[in-house]
Write a protein that binds this ligand. Structure first.
Ligand code: ATP
Length: 190
């Protein structure tokens, strides 16, 4: 069994995230892929995040009908700062026979050695690096190991979406239609 773990803020989830998931599933033939929204990222300011309930709702809307993908609420349920190692330990315990893959954008590679319990994390997961247009390709620092995915680089980010909404610009082709509608209905990012 090959399991993909995709952590992030997902504030909001966008087509870049969804294409990453598709590439990982196709290129690795993953059995299942878990989207794991963070309660709070160790690397992002505390008050800078939309409510967990809304970020979860957007993920559910985006992944409706995607049978291989699941939303995992464990980091939100745990609360506080979300450390990947805590989540990965849970998966390793729950699925002792599975090979675990952790999806990560190239923009996060440089910070990997600073992640909590880096050595243990490197032993438990193989990283799947996702190219991001505009970000230089950087190799995984030791002791991390993994591979780079090829499809489908898309230069879109959650911060770009928040900025566009604030500026009154449409986001319709950058997030799933249901997410764009939910952003409007909740008057979010204004
Ligand atoms: P923000 O702009 O708020 O920093 P983001 O778009 O980077 O957000 P996150 O939820 O922080 O989204 O990202 C979760 C993971 O997805 C990270 O590993 C990030 O590098 C990766 N990621 C996000 N957008 C893309 C994209 N367009 N292409 C490849 N990877 C991406």
């Amino acid at each position: 069994m090959k399991l993909g773990l995709f952590g992030g803020s997902f504030d909001p989830v966008h087509l870049g995230h969804l294409l990453v998931a598709q590439a990982a599933r196709e290129e690795l033939e993953l059995t299942r892929l878990f989207f794991i929204p963070a309660a709070r990222s160790p690397f992002k300011p505390a008050n800078d995040s939309t409510s967990a309930a809304l970020r979860l709702r957007f993920l559910r809307l985006a992944l409706a009908g995607q049978t291989h993908c699941e939303v995992d609420e464990r980091e939100i349920a745990r609360g506080g700062v979300s450390y990947t190692i805590d989540t990965v330990r849970d998966y390793a315990r729950r699925f002792p026979q599975a090979k675990l893959f952790y999806l990560i954008g190239t923009d996060h590679i440089a910070q990997l050695p600073k992640w909590r319990a880096a050595d243990e994390l490197a032993a438990l997961v193989e990283f799947l690096v996702i190219p991001r247009p505009g970000e230089p390709a950087s190799p995984l620092p030791p002791p991390f190991q993994g591979r780079t995915l090829t499809g489908f680089p898309l230069g879109v980010s959650s911060s770009q979406i928040r900025t566009r909404v604030k500026s009154g610009l449409p986001v319709d082709w950058l997030v799933p239609a249901a997410v764009a509608e939910a952003i409007r209905n909740n008057r979010l990012y204004l």
